[in-house]
Design a binder for this molecule. Structure first.
Ligand code: SF4
Length: 712
């Protein structure tokens, strides 16, 4: 923030980045300055209470014309790969009419030649609810393709699947974030809010100031782990065994809440049997966590009056991510730490609208309101809102990685509309995914910047940004909030709703794709009514007046639901369901050729694929490029010095980045952040082995070899 501001001229809004969706005020600045708005604190918003991280404070820098796209681009020669791997011919400026005509023609040509499902749509977890909703409708009504999915599949889909398995509903946190400060013990698994969402740390600090305990489970001693009472540092990919070991100890040490188990759950006998096969010494062998630390964690959690388990990408981005999260939920249920104030399981969702993005039909298997696309009643309800025949709605399509893996192949997607996502950097096995993108007959990308993926497109559509448009998002708590327009977008830039409106008209569907976000939201309310994520009672006016409304909110006189499950879980019998899950190894473990684990993650000054934040000078100064964290013992063994260039290889590719020698990482594991493309792209290495339930790829663990780049 800066001094000398006039708060009266500011607009209340929210950060464009992570799922905390911090409140901020945007004050328009005089034309001709470096940035069109100034980001101010907004102390009254209950989630972040005015605090912002560096990414949020610097978000206005991406609004500058020099940092972003300001007009459509098209490529004249399509489908020809040049030696640098791009498509032949440069991108050149074009009018909106030409660009949209080209997109409609590209999608139509693929549909005619290969059939409807040869046209695909790939969305993003940063899109507003209105965009996510209309994109899902566009795919199913205007394109009539089954193949739509989004990058949120790579984010928290395992937690979503486990949530539904246990509780019958998926809301990242079933309680407000502030409840963390009022519980007695938190186990934070594979989450690093000190880097990913720093303003949330206040609640963990308050927890400890109030006498509560924080246990962090992470293969790295992260900035978050440094603040914990107890840090368990397991081998990557063994969180499931760790949770089973802790449940074993809860049972053995008499920490079960038998009354809660009997009254409010089903399936404990099977879960108990699975846990009894994971005795502490076995779990120590599997995870590398000493029995004494396991016992200490079980005693802290089991002995606490109230408790929470919170997971993030660590346990979720595994080929057994759903079972892993289920194991942590089992722990909550067995200890009676769910379904009552101050206790429960929650997922710290990552992307800005990762929660809302999965509720409104942007996922391959879901319709708005978090309805299953295979449920006849759900199809009938949504079809009625859309004014189409339920039989005409496509069925489930391919999940994100499967869709990308099939690009350009027989039976796969041949023409793709991609909105707000950068899979060239963020997808697993990224070099392969890039090849598949290049194999497309046609690619259109709508984005705010010329990302690595947009550079491969036939048509690039420049999108308006967060401060230039109004729309809702749903933060990690299930709180529906309103981003408000503070400034006009540059001439030449259009909103994604206007893009879908223009494309639908060109595809012969002139009605049903409004450009006005509130009109889209009103339709979304009707489409979600009666579903799990029920927004029927939420309006723009209410969000403005109440500073956010928690779903489900089935009517205008309903107060919204900050805390779920207090009386019953959302299952048919109202009881939470234990899952009988057992340890299994990662899809790929170290061997003679690839002797180390690789795990990937984030740094505080970059966001996701870095497409936006890498365009901000002050963030680049703080985090200028990728690196490889390795333990001093490993560095000695390899003869590696701090800063020396390392080549990291897996069965899927190679990445080169400087060494960062630190004892915060295990000696058998190296770590790379994934925010960069090019030679240091961490996702060149990662494994697309999929979780069978959520279809989540195994980003968090694979086997690699590390060498000095000079000798590799
Ligand atoms: Fe934005 Fe997340 Fe930072 Fe808050 S914590 S300012 S929402 S990036």
């Amino acid at each position: 923030t800066t001094t000398g501001t006039d708060p009266a001229r500011a607009t209340d809004s929210h950060c464009p980045y992570c799922a905390l969706q911090c409140g901020m005020r945007l004050r328009p600045l005089p034309a001709g300055g470096p940035e069109p708005v100034e980001v101010l604190e907004r102390p009254g918003f209950p989630v972040n209470l005015g605090a912002l991280c560096g990414k949020g404070r610097a978000a206005a820098a991406v609004l500058r014309p020099g940092a972003r796209l300001t007009g459509p681009l098209v490529r004249d020669t399509r489908g020809v790969r040049d030696t640098r791997g791009g498509r032949d011919g440069p991108l050149r400026p074009a009018s909106w009419d030409e660009a949209l005509d080209r997109v409609a023609a590209g999608l139509t040509a693929a549909r005619r030649q290969y059939g409807r499902d040869a046209v695909g749509v790939f969305g993003g977890g940063g899109l507003t609810n209105e965009k996510a909703y209309l994109l899902g409708k566009f795919a199913r009504v205007a394109l009539r393709t089954a193949n739509i999915d989004y990058n949120g599949r790579f984010c928290m889909s395992s937690a979503a699947a486990a949530h539904r398995r246990a509780f019958g509903i998926d809301r990242g946190l079933p309680f407000p974030l502030a409840d963390i400060a009022r519980t007695d013990c938190v186990i934070l698994v594979g989450a690093n809010p000190a880097e990913t969402m720093p303003p949330a740390l206040r609640y963990f600090r308050e927890l400890r100031e109030n006498g509560g305990r924080l246990i962090v489970v992470d293969p790295r001693r992260t900035r978050t782990a440094e603040q914990a009472d107890l840090h368990l540092q397991p081998l990557p990919g063994t969180d499931l065994a760790l949770a089973l070991g802790l449940l074993h100890l809860l049972i053995a040490d008499g920490h079960l809440d038998e009354d809660f188990i009997a009254r409010r759950t089903t399936g404990f006998a099977q879960a108990r049997a699975a846990a009894m096969a994971h005795w502490p010494e076995r779990v120590e062998r599997l995870t590398g966590v000493p029995v004494a630390q396991l016992s200490a964690a079980a005693a802290l959690f089991g002995g606490a009056g109230r408790g929470m388990v919170l997971t993030a990408r660590g346990p979720e981005q595994q080929s057994k991510g759903t079972d892993t999260v289920s194991a942590w939920i089992n722990l909550c249920l067995a200890a009676g730490k769910a379904g009552r104030p101050g206790s429960g399981y929650g997922c710290l969702t990552g992307q800005g609208n990762g929660q809302g993005g999965r509720e409104h039909g942007q996922k391959a298997d879901q319709l708005p309101g978090y309805r299953s696309i295979t449920d006849p009643a759900a199809r009938a309800h949504v079809a009625a809102v859309w004014g189409v025949d339920p039989a005409a709605l496509p069925g489930p399509g391919r999940s994100a990685y499967e869709l990308l893996d099939g690009l350009g192949r027989d039976g796969g997607v041949r023409a793709l509309l991609l909105m707000g996502s950068n899979p060239v950097v963020s997808a697993p096995r990224a070099a392969h995914v890039t090849e598949r993108i290049r194999a497309l007959d046609f690619l259109a990308v709508s984005d705010v910047v010329l990302s690595e993926t947009a550079r491969l497109a036939d048509v690039v559509l420049p999108a308006t940004q967060w401060a230039e448009e109004t729309g809702t998002t749903t933060n990690l708590e299930g709180r529906v909030i309103l981003r408000r327009k503070a400034v006009d977008a540059p001439e030449g830039v259009r909103g994604d709703l206007a893009v879908l409106h223009g494309l639908a008209a060109r595809l012969g569907v002139p009605e049903g794709f409004p450009e006005d976000p509130e009109e889209v939201f009103e339709e979304l309310r009707r489409a979600s009514a009666g579903g799990q994520a029920d927004y029927a009672g939420i309006s723009y006016d209410r969000i403005r007046d109440e500073d956010g409304v928690f779903w489900p909110c089935p009517g205008e006189d309903h107060p919204g639901t900050p805390r779920l499950f207090l009386d019953r879980f959302a299952t048919p019998d109202g009881r939470a369901r234990f899952a009988a899950v057992s340890h299994r190894p990662a899809a790929e473990e170290p061997d003679g050729d690839y002797p180390l684990f690789l795990t990937t993650g984030r740094v505080v000054s970059q966001y996701q694929s870095g497409a936006q934040t890498r365009r901000v000078d002050e963030l680049n100064k703080a985090a200028p490029g990728p690196f490889v964290e390795l333990h001093p013992a490993l560095a000695r063994r390899l003869g590696v010095e701090e800063g020396e260039l390392l080549a990291v290889s897996s069965r899927r590719g190679r990445a080169v980045a400087p060494a960062r020698v630190t004892d915060t990482v295990r000696p058998d594991t190296v770590f790379m952040p994934f925010h960069w493309g090019g030679a240091g792209r961490a996702n060149s290495l990662t494994n697309p082995a999929l979780d069978p339930v959520s279809r989540m790829p195994e980003f968090k663990v694979c086997a690699v070899r590390v060498e000095r780049a000079s000798s590799a």
